[in-house]
Design a protein around this ligand. Structure first.
Ligand code: SAJ
Length: 420
């Protein structure tokens, strides 16, 4: 059976590019989202996020009539679920995954499922989430059979196919990256490979759903551990008065060493979140993964301490200037360079914390965001900020900062090593 109509549930950083990609291959795509503003924006052929080349892709898909967004679920042959999987913020030592968005997606699509449909979970998920999704669907649709009970002869096929694209390179990586496909039965996997083959040029590697879930969590946990190593090095080097950037460049000349770069902490909706999905399932065993999370989560506080030290030093060298007239400038708010994504951003957290605690002015420069409201700091253009800050805190290595002039102050805390 071919896939004439594809429904993508969740039109965010992954769902929208995926929907546009299918549409670019002349598939009829229905994008489902709970946010009316998102739906209206897409139906005008515009996008609500910053991602290179996505605007052209979405505009073409909508004007050619292949992509349409809606807030009401419609029947399709395949459903791709790309909703958030955050963790519960209930203050526990080990955050627990929050599957409520997956459950809401299941509740939305269950009534319109028909025999032969394929349901794919793309959201990064804890081990067992795909089976849980299938259970939720089965609870609502007792008239249909699902792979947990009927295996390859089920009416509905269910698989996990984690997204693995890098924000900022999504359009290219969606096509070129290999895909891990974990079906709940061999037929589920076969159908999923058939669907993705429509635009994926990378290899579609088949496994089971649990291994596919763990593979994605493993990739992001591995990166988190490696970044934690770099962040720990930066703290050690600061204490020992060694330039960590030079040190890493030297060590990386070894043929088998490839140390990542330190920064103000680890942000985003993936690497700062996914390792907890492993830790929460196996808290006694995931010791390095947990420690890495704690090292990376501790880095923003360390940066704040460095700003406090710089402020004390500034006050000492400018004894007549009251603290209320001292401006701290934070350069970058996004969680990584050249995107507008503020989710779990250490830069945003540090800026808010400085704005809350500093008795003078705090300004921020974020070239990818035009306005910000409800914050205790203001957004200022780069050329103005470099002239007016007393203490500069470089938080994101956006290309504008790399290419531009460093701030006109001797008090610079450069967490990305581009102005030193
Ligand atoms: N970071 C550093 N130092 C580095 C590299 C990154 O501090 O050397 C920081 C970034 O500034 C950022 C955070 O880590 O705050 C995460 O950035 P990232 O570029 O490592 O990853 P993401 O979150 O944008 O995307 C990751 C990718 N996973 C891996 O590279 C293993 C991507 O392929 C996944 O698809 C994505 O997570 C996801 O959606 O899970």
């Amino acid at each position: 059976m071919s896939f004439d109509k594809i429904s993508v549930v969740g039109l965010g950083y992954i769902g929208l590019p995926t929907a546009a990609m299918f549409a670019s291959r002349q598939k009829r795509v229905i994008g489902l989202d709970v946010n009316q503003h998102t739906v209206d924006t897409i139906n005008r052929g515009e996008i609500h996020i910053v991602e290179p080349e996505l605007d052209i892709l979405v505009h073409a898909a909508v004007t050619e009539g292949y992509l349409r967004a809606t807030t009401v679920a419609e029947a399709a042959d395949a459903f791709l679920i790309a909703v958030p999987t955050p963790f519960k913020k209930d203050g526990g030592e080990i955050p627990e995954p929050d599957l409520s968005y997956i459950r809401a997606a299941a509740t939305a699509i269950a009534p319109i499922l028909k025999k032969g449909d394929l349901v794919i979970l793309e959201s990064t998920s804890p081990v067992g989430a795909t089976e849980q999704l299938s259970e939720w669907l089965a609870e609502i649709r007792t008239d249909l059979s699902f792979p947990q009970s009927a295996g390859s002869s089920a009416d509905i096929n269910v698989a996990h196919c984690p997204e693995r694209v890098l924000p900022g390179h999504v359009v290219r990586e969606l096509v070129e990256n290999d895909r891990v496909i974990g079906g709940m039965s061999p037929t589920c996997s076969e159908r999923t490979v058939e669907l993705y083959r429509c635009f994926v040029k990378g290899e579609c590697v088949v496994t089971n759903a649990r291994t596919a879930e763990m593979a994605k969590l493993t990739e992001n946990s591995c990166r988190d551990v490696q970044i934690a190593f770099a962040n720990e090095l930066s703290i050690i080097c600061d204490r020992l008065n060694i330039d960590v950037w030079e040190l890493i460049a030297l060590a990386n000349r070894h043929p088998r060493i490839n140390i990542l770069q330190p920064g103000p902490g680890v942000g985003g909706h993936c690497i700062a979140v996914d390792p907890w999905f492993i830790v929460s399932k196996t808290p006694g065993d995931a010791r390095i993964i947990k420690t890495a999370r704690n090292v990376n989560d501790g880095k923003p506080l360390w940066v704040i301490d460095k700003v406090k030290i710089a402020l004390a030093d500034y006050l000492q060298s400018h004894p007549t200037k009251p603290i209320s007239e001292i401006t701290i400038g934070c350069f970058g708010l996004a969680f990584k360079p050249d995107i507008d994504d503020l989710r779990e951003s250490p830069a945003m957290w540090i800026t808010r914390e400085l704005a809350r605690t500093h008795n003078g002015k705090v300004i921020a420069v974020e070239p990818n965001i035009w306005e910000i409201s409800g914050e205790d700091f203001s957004l200022v253009p780069y050329d103005l900020a470099v002239k007016s800050v007393d203490i500069a805190v470089l938080l994101v290595d956006h290309k504008e900062f790399k290419d531009g002039k460093a701030p006109d102050t001797t008090h610079i805390i450069d967490t990305k090593g581009i102005w030193i």
